[in-house]
Design a protein. Structure first.
Length: 306
């Protein structure tokens, strides 16, 4: 079976690698254009582009999926387009090119969490399970009928990176078999239930801002897990944005009710929330290194008093 693969992030690169060592002939890869590197003035490839280069697969990095790109890609023949977090909606002409089907791998149980941040959305909402949807693509964003689902339990300890790794492994475990069944007409896509549709919010740097007075403790913990690594959490105090790198539960039985907004205790910096209290175990001031909160007890005591 011949495959044209489209994707960009690390999880998609892992899926590409798994297909390349299986029964599939990857005839080409589409990924985001190289971006300016943070180190020096060079360019940085997406993880999928880097993996395709390593595997020796022809790679396309169009700025636009326009007529110029169409001329390049129509020279290829393939049974499937496999899309995994590419980052752009494919035009109709491209969806019509594969002999069998254009297939999207989406990390949610559709129609829940259509959009670009389904893993974060599941964690933010404290869901107990999520999964992988193997969908036949249509023009709309994540609107196509679904061939099959694979479910994944969400543990209380799972943060975004943990859950993404689990879903990637779940995908790899099942994708080859799923595609073979689609190829053999043994899987028929079923339309999504429009009554159950939900969408993901777009995540940016501001998504990680915490307003302790107006947010509940559980919601803050879920944000910490959902935005792990990026964009991370921060709060504003005395016109400074202070990053949060660790959180713990506040124990009223040990430390008693918190009588002010901020207070240093044995486990870190305790903070009042909208409903209870929470402990910041590690923090980072602008331009400084990450440090245990207790290290700031002496140097920044007055800062948190005022």
């Amino acid at each position: 079976m011949k495959v044209l693969f489209a994707g960009s992030p690390k999880s998609s690169a892992i899926i590409l690698n798994s297909l390349s060592i299986g029964q599939f002939n990857i005839v080409g890869v589409i990924s985001k254009p190289d971006k300016r590197s943070k180190r020096g003035g060079g360019k940085e490839q997406s993880p999928v582009s880097a993996e395709a280069s390593r595997l020796g697969i022809p790679t396309f990095k169009p700025d636009l999926l326009d007529q110029s790109f169409q001329k390049e890609i129509t020279s290829l023949e393939f049974d499937f387009i496999i899309v995994s977090a590419y980052g752009k909606i494919l035009p109709e002409w491209l969806l019509n090119l594969p002999k069998v089907a254009p297939v999207n791998i989406h990390f949610s149980l559709l129609p829940n969490y259509r959009g670009a941040s389904p893993i974060q959305a599941a964690i933010l909402n404290n869901d107990k399970k999520t999964g992988v949807s193997v969908m036949k693509m249509s023009i709309g964003m994540d609107e196509g009928p679904v061939y099959c689902f694979h479910e994944q339990e969400i543990l209380r300890s799972d943060h975004k990176i943990d859950l993404e790794k689990k879903l990637t492994s779940l995908c790899i475990k099942n994708l080859s078999s799923d595609l073979k069944k689609i190829f053999d007409n043994k899987l028929v896509p079923v339309e999504q239930n429009i009554r159950e549709i939900s969408y993901c919010a777009k995540i940016d740097k501001l998504s990680g801002r915490i307003d302790f007075r107006n947010e509940k403790t559980l919601a803050i913990f879920q944000k910490h897990k959902a935005f792990f690594e990026w964009p991370g959490l921060y709060f504003e105090k005395n016109n400074l944005a202070i990053k949060i790198h660790g959180l713990a539960e506040y124990d009223n039985n040990i430390d008693g009710p918190l009588d002010k907004m901020f207070k240093f205790i044995s486990s870190g910096l305790a903070v009042k929330t909208n409903d209870t209290s929470i402990v910041i175990t590690h923090l980072q001031f602008p331009g400084k290194r990450i440090t245990p909160s207790l290290d700031a007890a002496n140097s920044h005591a007055e800062f948190f008093e005022n």
